[in-house]
Ligand binder design. Structure first.
Ligand code: KIV
Length: 275
């Protein structure tokens, strides 16, 4: 069944959990979509996972459109949400609406996501007024990494916890249909989830959010450099892929690949000596 923003609202009303995974290309979108997850996020995390940057800061609107359009072509039922990258919505509301419109028009995604609390409320309201559904993102916002001085859990003190909840409420009031809560203490996420009437989607935010999102390379164990505390490895796909690559290398070098069944033959009636 096709997931829409209305599906998200209905699932929250029924107390059903919402699942979301990232994907950044057509093949992965097809695999994720076929699993039955409710939503696919084309996150600006593609800056790290696909493009090898140290942060999401260098990611451009064109990068998001390139990957977002490929994912939309592969997703039949999942709601596709595309991230607005750094500096595509911060300079002015007009620029934010234009960039959100470009992302939706050129990818055919169902919604955009942007980071920020109360300070982005007017921007969210303007994008929603243009007919573009918005998913909010509060708590730890990777585009603010230089302000934090690293990727740090947010909302640990009383004051900071209050800010996370009030930011989530401001984003909801501005018209967001859902809000990502990233790297906040579980009780802060629980309070936000109870207070909001739109669904919260957690990543490193405990079990009481209305839904959960993970980056697929993290949950498939596709790199070992580091593993954030909140990641569960649902498979060791990285190890399986490495074994397959090694087997290919061995077989090519030993002459075992390709064999006759993997090669083409000419029509036996047509075979004449070439020379
Ligand atoms: O960019 C991304 O993948 C995200 C998720 C981590 C929520 O924003």
């Amino acid at each position: 069944m096709k997931n829409t923003t209305a599906t998200f609202a209905a699932m929250k009303a029924r107390g059903e959990k919402i699942s979301m995974l990232t994907a950044y290309d057509y093949t992965m979108a097809r695999l994720v979509d076929a699993s039955g997850v409710n939503a696919i996020l084309v996150g600006d995390s593609l800056g790290n996972t696909m493009l090898g940057y140290a942060s999401t800061i260098p990611v451009t609107v064109d990068d998001m459109i390139h990957h977002g359009a490929a994912v939309v072509r592969g997703a039949k039922n999942a709601l596709v949400v595309v991230d607005m990258p750094f500096m595509s919505y911060q300079a002015s509301i007009e620029e934010a609406v234009r960039n959100a419109g470009r992302i939706m028009k050129e990818t055919l995604c169902a919604a955009v996501k942007l980071e920020g609390g109360a300070e982005t409320a007017q921007t969210i309201a303007a994008i929603v007024a243009a007919g573009i559904p918005v998913m909010g993102h509060v708590g730890m916002m990777p585009q603010h990494v230089n302000q934090y001085g690293g990727f740090k859990v947010q909302g640990k003190s009383e004051e900071a916890a209050h800010k996370v909840v009030s930011d989530a409420l401001a984003v909801e009031q501005a018209g967001a249909f859902a809000v990502v809560l990233e790297c906040v203490p579980a009780d802060v996420a629980r309070e936000a989830t109870q207070k909001l009437s739109v669904p919260t989607i957690g990543i490193g935010a405990g079990a009481d959010c209305d839904g959960q999102v993970l980056v697929y390379q993290d949950m498939l164990g596709m790199f070992d450099d580091f593993k954030p505390k909140f990641v569960r490895r649902f498979a060791q796909a990285g190890a399986i892929m490495q074994e397959a690559f090694k087997a290919f290398d061995r077989e090519v070098k030993s002459g075992g690949f390709p064999d006759e069944s993997e090669s083409f033959a000419r029509d036996p009636h047509e075979v004449k000596r070439l020379y």
